[in-house]
Design a protein around this ligand. Sequence first.
Ligand code: BTN
Length: 258
Amino acid sequence: MRLQVKNTLFIGKVLLHFERLPSTNAYAQELLSKNRPSEGTVILADYQSAGRGQIGSTWEVAPGKNLTFSLILTPSFLPAPRQFALSQAIALATRDFLSTLCSKQVFVKWPNDIYIEDKKVGGILIQNSLSGKKIQHSIIGIGLNINQSQFDQKLSKASSLAIETGKSFALPQLLPSLLQYIEQRYLELRRGKLLKIQQDYLSHLFLYQKNALYREPGGVAFQGKIVGVNPGGQLGVARENKTKYYSIKEIEYLGIMD
Ligand code: BTN
């Protein structure tokens, strides 16, 4: 597909489009190690043979049916301890975008999964490179399931925009629109609107203030309620009026309670 991004200021103005790559995040890393790609460079692949997921997992989707791309940003204005705000801004932008295409509720599931109702339709992998207390550059990898109609049985939570809406979508038109939403949220972040981003994040957070079942690794199931996310990006879960903050992999969500 031939793509041109006209509706943004800088995101997607350089767009490198490949039929096939091992991983767009890996390609972005390679680019950054060789030269200085301009901020907003997008690397798009119709198919990834070794797509990377969060915490060492893989990201496998059908060729040509989905959006899989990486974006290079240089958020040097953001102190490293506040890097979670970038993750929030990107997840929110992706949610903003999907909610224009879907009448069902679209959520961000902590930390940055994209859900339509209780199904995962998108994942985000952000790789920041730090220099002292600053973020030197950031690779934002986004995988959004758009037209895929079937998923491996082991991915019981996986779905796509097409499954959730009953429609199919023209990928070349979707990308510029998504990039525009990302640019808007990124500019918000650059203007220092961290409080607004935090508020918007909580208002679209999956299971926020709802009773659900959780488990710590090796522990027993308990009833808890998400009550917030701290600036470091840890999830606050209240259990019998005591709130504990968890990093990724320190808590597992088991299911909702009525
Ligand atoms: C997750 O595990 O939920 C995050 C998945 C992120 C997948 C995207 S697809 C484009 C980019 N390139 C990669 O190798 N991974 C990210």
